[in-house]
Design a protein around this ligand. Structure first.
Ligand SMILES: [Zn+2]
Length: 159
């Protein structure tokens, strides 16, 4: 049996209820007879959870940072443009798949670009790598939330 005591997802120990009288929504651990807001009795009804998938904004920003770094390196003439551009375009395309492997590829390409650029411009690919890691974290978290909702038999809608 899986442990349900994980503090990270403590918020999921609660369920969403709405008062049919005052229309306010509450997160409660269990159904209550009295509305915490208006004090009416037997007005709370469970509400479907809305689970929103993480937006692709961070993946796009990561791809942009990779492409900007690669473009700068190619134009600066210090590196062979083909050696810089081909892996960078591949890395940028992979991060947009938003898979674990894609995020990893983006981090690796960003690390190489950071070394090639040197300070102070290395912060651009480093930021790109950080954005890829953050996108991976958000997707992993979203999958865990979805899994838990499914496992607990809670109704939910994907927004
Ligand atoms: Zn109420």
């Amino acid at each position: 049996m899986k442990s349900r005591r994980c503090c990270k997802f403590a918020e999921l120990e609660t369920r969403l209820f709405r008062c049919t009288d005052c229309n306010r929504e509450f997160r409660l651990q269990a159904w209550k007879a009295v509305c915490p807001s208006c004090g009416r009795h037997y007005t709370l009804v469970p509400v479907e959870e809305r689970v929103k998938g993480p937006s692709p904004a961070y993946a796009y920003a990561s791809a942009l940072a990779i492409l900007a770094s690669a473009t700068y390196l190619s134009l600066s003439g210090t590196q062979n443009p083909l050696i810089v551009l081909v892996p960078s375009v591949v890395g940028a395309a992979l991060v947009l798949t938003r898979s674990r492997g894609g995020h990893l590829a983006a981090v690796l390409v960003s690390a190489v670009l950071a070394v090639m650029l040197g300070l102070p411009l290395a912060f651009i690919p480093v930021a790109g790598a950080a954005l890829a890691v953050y996108d991976e974290y958000r997707i992993t978290r979203y999958k865990l939330v979805r899994q838990r909702l499914k496992g607990s038999g809670m109704k939910y809608v994907e927004a």
